[in-house]
Design a protein around this ligand. Structure first.
Ligand code: ZN
Length: 549
């Protein structure tokens, strides 16, 4: 399972694996007719695999497994510094956030991060010596996988979340990935690579992959991978140790967080079975890498004497599964298939399953523009759940109210949305998604100045949140304030790491007829700042700056 970032793989147009990592189960990217997913994130990971393989000679042996979380005896010279590792991770994340398969969805992100944080909090040592703030996210991908990037960024594939039968199973995968981060496997692998050479290397590889035409297949990646076989082999040894170590740390996290650790054995075992369903090159790979069987046996032995933990799943887990089932494929056929799934789920007639299925059907109805139907289904979901209002359903209720056009029999929808969002932000003060929905509701209710004031406050409080700047830009647009709209958009792009787009927005803002003297001063200052940053990025990438617009 977990193929960590280094365990990436890549297929040629004919579907042959041309390079693969060394994790336990290798999944080939499976393109069904209903999921025409761009293998972009995957190829990016191939680039990372290349980074790893190019410095395979620098591998540092892992210390023997100790009791508890071992303190790594690494000297500063043989591991990548935490700062550098984080920087590398952020560099890659900046790229991933632009990928259409990155699920930039507030309920999903909030659930995964609350869930992941609870795992880290249960075993604070898992933060590792680097003390990273973890960030968990989901990508649209039909294969069962999860991976850790440098610096504490952890991804789970949508299919993996859907395949988990309970929260303990999901926790087992995430805890394993946290284990990789805690043990600084990536830093150790990249260790002796000259540190200042890493970022340019990542940038060049990402650049090569990003510039691929859509019909080019994975040829450039294949070229890069070529000749790395030996290095890859040398890494296999390392990875098995790393895998075992991540399993061990993961297990400690699971136990500390009171999850059922047998979930790890069950899930890993099921994933191994599922991998046999893949008919191309995967089985051969598995035959030569019987790692997972060993790993499962290893974990099984560790938990044999552990008392069984019975733990009811949170409703949120089932709601997020339903949400991901809808979000993973937004095509008409994808929505139809998700709908059929929920219809089947309804026949199980358990309280939680019914609530989740109705929630999923409500989300489909919203996507199809059937807002009245969505509202009715969501009311049924709430009724079935018998639970106090939760943030995931509340957020959908606001989305439905916001999407309902006046004149569809519900002229008061903007007011309803605002009332709901206002109550929700008091009830769920930590939800960033709800906070932004409140901003959107103010705009929908034509209370533009209140929206601007509120969103400017939010932007001050949450300076790293590009989405707030986006909604702020909408509020300015509603007011007809062009210069301010484009300044806010520039900030949003800058926070997303798209510096050229940010600079372009500042140029548009300067030319706006309503740009005041004060606005011009802000634009000038921001432009100077962003240009300096952009020059630094280019310098790191070894490119000359393009002529300024
Ligand atoms: Zn792993």
């Amino acid at each position: 399972m977990c193929d960590s970032w280094h365990g990436a793989q890549c297929r040629t147009a004919r579907g042959t694996i041309i390079g693969s990592g060394y994790h336990s189960i290798v999944k080939t990217k499976h393109y069904s007719s209903k999921m025409r997913l761009r293998p972009r994130i995957l190829t990016r990971l191939v680039a990372l695999a290349v980074i790893a393989t190019t410095c395979a000679g620098a591998l540092v042996p892992l210390p023997a497994a100790a009791q508890g979380l071992p303190t790594l005896g690494d000297s500063a010279s043989d591991t990548l510094s935490p700062l550098m590792e984080r920087k590398l991770g952020e560099e890659i994340m900046r790229d991933i956030r632009h990928d259409p398969d990155y699920l930039d969805d507030a309920p999903v992100l909030e659930y995964l991060n609350a869930f992941g944080s609870s795992l880290v909090a249960a075993q604070p040592q898992a933060r590792g010596e680097a003390g990273y703030d973890f960030f968990f996210f989901a990508v649209r991908d039909p294969t069962l996988n999860a991976f850790a990037l440098p610096g504490g960024f952890i991804a789970v594939h949508s299919a993996l979340v859907l395949a988990a039968q309970n929260e303990s199973e999901l926790a087992s995968v995430m805890a394993h990935e946290i284990g990789h981060v805690a043990q600084r496997h990536i830093a150790r692998m990249l260790g002796q690579q000259k540190q200042d050479a890493l970022i340019p290397l990542a940038a060049i590889l990402l650049g090569v992959l990003a510039s691929r035409g859509s019909h080019a297949g994975d040829a450039p990646a294949a070229l890069v991978m070529g000749g790395q076989g030996l290095a890859l082999q040398r890494q296999l040894k390392f990875s098995r140790d790393a895998e075992r170590e991540a399993d061990r740390v993961g297990l400690q996290i699971l136990q500390a967080a009171h999850f059922d650790s047998s979930g790890m054995v069950a899930f890993f075992g099921r994933m191994q079975k599922a991998s046999r369903g893949y008919t191309d090159a995967a089985p051969a790979y598995l035959r030569s890498h019987p790692l997972t069987t060993e790993r499962i046996a290893d974990i099984d032995a560790r938990i044999r004497d552990q008392p069984h933990v019975s733990r009811p799943d949170n409703l949120a887990f089932h709601l997020i599964q339903a949400r991901l089932r809808v979000l993973q494929d937004g095509s008409a056929q994808g929505l139809r298939e998700a709908g059929e799934w929920f219809d089947k789920q309804l026949q199980q007639k358990t309280r939680v399953q019914t609530a989740a299925a109705k929630y999923g059907l409500a989300l489909i109805a919203l996507k199809q523009g059937a807002t009245a139907n969505a509202q009715a289904l969501l009311a049924e979901a709430r009724m079935a759940s018998l639970a106090p209002p939760d943030v995931i359903m509340t957020s959908l209720a606001i989305d439905i109210a916001l999407a309902t056009k006046p004149g569809t029999g519900m002229p008061q929808q903007a007011q309803t949305a605002l009332r709901q969002a206002d109550a929700a932000r008091a009830q769920f003060p930590l939800s960033r998604g709800i906070a932004r929905q409140y901003g959107q509701a103010l705009i929908a209710a034509a209370r533009y100045q209140e929206a601007v004031d509120y969103l400017r406050d939010q932007a001050q409080l949450y300076r790293a949140e590009p989405q707030v700047q986006q909604v702020l830009a909408e509020a300015y647009a509603a007011q007809g304030k062009q210069a301010l709209q484009h300044i806010a958009l520039a900030e949003s792009y800058a926070l997303n790491g798209s510096l050229p787009s940010a600079l372009e927005q500042l140029t548009i803002a300067r030319r706006a007829s309503d740009a005041t003297f004060y606005d011009q001063a802000i634009i000038d200052a921001r432009e100077r700042e962003l240009q300096t940053r952009w020059r630094e990025v280019l310098k790191e990438q070894g490119k000359k700056p393009a002529p300024q617009p």
